[in-house]
Design a protein around this ligand. Structure first.
Ligand code: ADP
Ligand code: 5GP
Length: 191
């Protein structure tokens, strides 16, 4: 049985970048691909960054209890596919990259089961650095940027509810810290 790692942090903090690096170097990790009703950004392929669903398709899956958790952000729905995660965990460790509310919902949903998720918060070195990263990424309008930055305080205020916080200042260092956490937690569950 693998370990479930839940990675959260404000939009633009570098979660996607870090997870990509982790996956490239550890073939024993599986990444849960979430479903969303938002439009793909340039370069995003269906089934890689997300499964892009219509609102109708998303609601159908939700009603069929197909999500471990789901939430609405910035007017779009996002959800973690339940069967994929539970199936992969039989043989591998799994990474979920989801927001704070979703992470706490996953923890609640799995209470009393044999899966005990490890929650990891990625924090920016400063709010200014985060704002620069988000605007450099260039994937959001001014209005969307503002909404995402307003959520930062809420996300970071929950860091005490997480098992670990990793500051993504130098990308290489943050990746190594994450790798150490993953190895430590995996070995705790090995017998
Ligand atoms: P998230 O998935 O958390 O929304 P991304 O991974 O898309 O964030 O990163 C947002 C932007 O910040 C991207 O353009 C990425 O290249 C850049 N970035 C990520 N980590 C760092 C870092 N440590 N230093 C500088 N820029 C970074
Ligand atoms: P983005 O549109 O920038 O890819 O993601 C917007 C927000 O949705 C981020 O905070 C991200 O963590 C969150 N998110 C992505 N996938 C999921 C998911 O499956 N469930 C929940 N609850 N949030 C998600």
């Amino acid at each position: 049985m693998g370990t479930l790692f839940v990675i959260s942090g404000p939009s633009g903090v570098g979660k996607g970048t870090l997870v990509k690096l982790l996956m490239r170097e550890d073939k024993e990790l599986a990444l849960s691909v979430s479903c969303t009703t938002r439009n793909p950004r340039a370069g995003e392929k269906d089934g890689e960054s997300y499964f892009f669903l219509s609102r109708e398709e998303f609601c159908k899956r939700k009603d069929e209890d197909g999500f471990l958790e789901w939430d609405e952000h910035f007017g779009n729905f996002y959800g973690t596919p339940k069967s994929f995660v539970l199936e992969q965990l039989k043989t591998k460790s799994v990474i979920l990259e989801i927001d704070v509310k979703g992470a706490l919902q996953v923890k609640q949903a799995l209470k009393g089961s044999s899966v005990s998720p490890v929650l990891i918060m990625i924090a920016p070195p400063s709010e200014e650095a985060l704002a620069t990263r988000l605007s450099r990424r260039g994937s959001e309008s001014e209005e969307e940027l503002k909404t995402r930055l307003e959520r930062v305080k809420y996300e970071l205020s929950n860091r005490d509810r997480y098992d670990y916080t990793v500051v993504n200042d130098d990308l290489g260092e943050a990746k190594e810290t994450l790798q150490k956490i993953i190895e430590t937690e995996k070995s705790k569950r090995r017998f």
